[in-house]
Design a protein around this ligand. Structure first.
Ligand SMILES: Nc1nc2c(c(=O)[nH]1)N[C@@H](CNc1ccc(C(=O)N[C@@H](CCC(=O)N[C@@H](CCC(=O)N[C@@H](CCC(=O)O)C(=O)O)C(=O)O)C(=O)O)cc1)CN2
Ligand code: MET
Ligand SMILES: [Zn+2]
Length: 761
């Protein structure tokens, strides 16, 4: 009989139990045993839940206290020397110091860099390696968690990030070639596999998501070498797991690797099944990724079943696994907690637990069990009602999207012309200072929102509270001496969810939490239908904030590409089409802000880069519609209105032309941690519009000094013409506290004043 399994499970907990345990631990409020106890409890609960939903085998070591890539770096002792003493002294404290930095107890340790996990909104910590790096197996988490599951009676499969993906996802601090470290790393894997085999582990899952990327010759050779080497050692049977896309030109390589099983993503790439089956070596297990781990829709079980049947015919039930396309990390835990979702909508959805149950239905149907028919019918009915629902189809929205043309995305004049008009209107000093939008989302702000949600403060009381917070932020900015102010975003739970709640065609959940990094979570809203804007969303807040000050108040919106990328999107129409609908809805907001007298409007697009398809061949098409959507959203304004955009965590070399084509008057980017290196693309391209390279790393509580920021600014001034240069932090300040924010911004303004004096001299 074919088995039901999945590649990994969300670890934060349905009610974010891990988040609260972590944060209590970091605040020093929990005793030393509390965090490990809650973590073990979550693992136990999640295994049980998966088994009850229908999984035969559960993955283990998918759990992490912070990040699974960091866990591997620690497991192989691939950590910066600076962190070693603390790690040796207190392993957990050292681990969190790698994740979050540490500036107490006589330590001044920086955090590892964080970056996006493929094209998801999950962030991993980037292992730092160097030439001659030594690796050493340190710790036994994969085996310990396997034992834990075994003792609870579960058939379990440890998950490891495979050696080549581990290296490709790491960076070297000295510019040396990562893959040169393969020979040094492999003995660690060999030792670990040996330990697992000796303990009686039957299967190990080696995740190699990099196999869905464009690979150069060196990477292909590394794969061949690594897996040949691992075939020589004592080891459980190896499942090579690929996900997030089709294997395409890497298929032959993959099929040549000596492993016992292969997992392929058939949710994103169902069309690859034929080629995979045709080339699958005799006797190899095929793990079919049938159910989408990246989205929350109930599956098309007929399609999943059809794929499973084709695979079954080719490999037989002994060699067939039915699985999720990727780890379920990217979806919430359990739909059962959504008690407030409207009835038809709820019946269309499946979270992690429901997805495993769907796999169990496919298995029943595959085995010809009679009661599977009822479950299949139920799924068919739910899907059909969704696709035909009048909630989904809005003819007026579709007509508008079809009618929108490129002209609507064209500013009236060139940047050179309109920047003169804008300067006349705004009268900004050289090197204008501003911030990226959010100010601290403090405990009281979140509590007020929670009380409002529960009805224990009314609308008026909540609005009064938010107005007071906004006013406080405006006064603080005036006092600090910033030139372009923001209202602070206190009314927003999240930059995406907040807009999702106000747009039609969008639904939102109560508990649909997904880990973004560490203890930080998001509740991605769900786009289920054609998107429109029934009423203005931010205009009153911006108008109010502007009424408090004579200084320019920047309007603040989340752009269409980011709204799309950080939501769960409908799967019954092209993403480009959905994005266009969002763009037009936001366009109305932009124009209404303008009409309300807001002269500067920022439209954030931090997700533009991460939305880039994993394969280069697909980039141009994506960038075309992504840029077009931004332009449709932003560029309907008059010359005097200044459009800003903001992007963080972006490798701009790949997308600089697209950034230029957006034609925003000012773009703010994250650059402080890379010491302005990320400006390179703009410099080389001679990017003509305004640029605000971040001078202050907002991810850390550390307050940068005036001198540090001045150094960065001088560097930036040497790279781009002074009249283009803006001064701002790397990103929004919502995760910081007021005292550090005020101190840092004061230093930033002081540094700017020095720069201005130098310009005048
Ligand atoms: N969607 C999205 N993706 C993004 C970003 C982003 O801002 N948004 N930024 C980048 C980095 N990612 C981040 C993701 C999350 C957070 C973050 O701070 N998340 C908050 C939750 C934000 C939120 O939805 N807050 C709600 C709910 C807050 C809450 O927990 N309330 C308590 C009660 C209040 C309390 O006592 O704290 C409850 O409901 O139980 C609100 O403010 O209303 C968290 O994990 O703590 C930060 C950065 C990239 N991706
Ligand atoms: C992740 S980009 C964040 C932009 C948003 N305006 C903020 O300041 O929080
Ligand atoms: Zn940002």
């Amino acid at each position: 009989m074919s088995i039901v399994t999945h590649l990994g499970f969300p670890r934060i907990g349905a009610k974010r139990e891990l988040k609260f345990a972590l944060e209590a631990h970091w605040r020093g409020e929990a005793d030393a045993q509390e965090l490990p106890r809650i973590a073990a409890d979550l693992r136990q609960r999640h295994w049980q839940l998966a088994r009850e939903a229908g999984a035969d085998v559960v993955p283990v070591n998918d759990f992490s206290l912070y990040d699974h890539v960091l866990d591997h770096a620690v497991l192989f002792d691939a950590v910066p020397d600076s962190h070693r003493p603390l790690l040796a002294d207190d392993a957990l404290a050292g681990y969190f110091a790698l994740a979050r930095g540490r500036q107490s107890g006589g330590h001044d340790l920086r955090a590892l860099e964080m970056t996006k996990w493929f094209d998801t909104n999950y962030h991993y910590l980037v292992p730092e390696l160097q030439r001659g790096q030594r690796f050493r197996l340190s710790g036994d988490k994969p085996l310990a968690h396997w034992r834990e599951a075994r003792e609870l009676g579960h058939d379990a499969r440890p998950v490891l990030l495979g050696p080549v993906s581990f290296l490709l996802l790491a960076k070297t601090v000295d510019g040396s070639e990562r893959l040169d470290l393969l020979d040094a790393l492999l003995p660690c894997y060999a030792e670990l596999l040996g330990q697992l085999a000796a303990a009686g582990v039957e299967w190990v899952q080696l995740d190699e998501p990099c196999l869905v990327l464009d690979l150069d010759e060196a990477a292909r050779k590394a794969y061949a070498r690594a897996y040949a080497a691992l075939a020589e050692v004592a080891s459980p049977k190896r499942l090579l797991a690929t996900y997030f896309g089709p294997l395409l030109d890497n298929l032959a390589l993959v099929q040549s690797l000596p492993v016992h099983g292969l997992h392929v993503d058939l949710a994103r790439a169902p069309q690859q099944l034929s080629a995979v089956l045709d080339s699958l070596p005799e006797g190899r297990v095929l793990s079919t990724g049938l159910i989408d781990g990246r989205n929350i829709w109930r599956a098309d079980l007929d399609q999943a079943l059809a794929l499973a049947q084709r695979a079954h015919k080719a490999v037989g039930s002994e060699h067939l696994w039915l699985s999720s396309s990727c780890s379920l990390l990217h979806v919430p835990v359990d739909l059962a907690h959504e008690t407030a979702l409207a009835a038809p909508l709820k019946s269309w959805l499946a979270f992690a637990r429901q997805k495993i149950a769907e796999l169990a239905v496919v298995r029943c149907a595959l085995d010809g069990e009679a009661d599977s028919e009822a479950a299949l019918n139920e799924a068919r009915r739910a899907r059909a009602t969704r696709l035909l629902s009048p909630l989904v189809q809005k003819p007026a929205v579709r007509e508008r999207a079809a009618a929108a043309s490129a002209e609507h995305g064209q500013r009236q004049s060139t940047f050179a012309q309109r920047s003169i008009v804008q300067q006349q209107a705004l009268q900004l000093p050289a090197f204008p200072t501003t911030t990226i939008g959010s100010f601290p989302q403090t405990g009281p702000v979140r509590e007020a929102r929670a009380r409002h949600r529960k009805g224990s403060i009314d609308e008026a009381g909540y609005v009064d509270f938010l107005r007071a917070e906004t006013e406080r932020a405006v006064r603080a900015q005036e006092q600090i001496g910033l030139d372009v102010l923001v209202h602070g975003e206190f009314e927003r739970n999240d930059m995406v969810e907040y807009f999702g709640e106000q747009l039609s065609g969008y639904a939102f959940t109560r508990n649909g939490w997904v880990q973004s990094y560490g203890s930080r979570c998001v509740k991605p809203p769900i786009i289920y239908g054609d998107v429109a804007r029934p009423a203005p969303m931010t205009v009153e807040w911006s108008r109010y904030a502007q009424s408090l000050t004579p200084l320019p108040m920047k309007g603040m919106l989340t752009g269409p590409v980011t709204m799309l990328a950080w939501s769960f999107v409908r799967d019954d129409q092209q993403r480009a089409e959905t994005c266009r609908q969002i763009a037009l809805a936001l366009r109305d907001e932009v124009l209404e802000l303008e009409a309300a007298g807001i002269g500067i409007i920022q439209i954030d697009e931090p997700a533009l880069r991460e939305g880039l398809p994993l394969r280069r061949a697909d980039w141009a098409a994506y960038l075309d519609w992504a840029v077009e959507s931004f332009r449709l959203c932003a560029n309907g304004v008059a010359d005097a209105t200044q459009i800003h955009t903001h992007m963080c965590y972006s490798e701009f070399n790949d997308i600089i032309e697209a950034v230029a084509a957006m034609d925003a008057d000012v773009v703010s980017i994250e650059t402080s941690r890379s010491r302005m290196e990320l400006l390179d693309a703009f410099v080389r391209y001679r990017y003509p519009n305004g640029i605000g390279p971040g001078v202050y790393d907002i991810h850390s509580p550390r307050v940068p000094s005036e001198q540090e920021m001045l150094d960065l600014l001088r560097k930036a001034r040497g790279l781009i013409p002074p009249q283009q240069l803006w001064v701002n932090p790397d990103c929004g300040l919502k995760t910081r506290d007021w005292p550090e924010v005020k101190a840092a911004l004061e230093q930033m303004v002081a540094a700017t004043r020095v720069l201005r004096a130098e310009l005048a001299a």
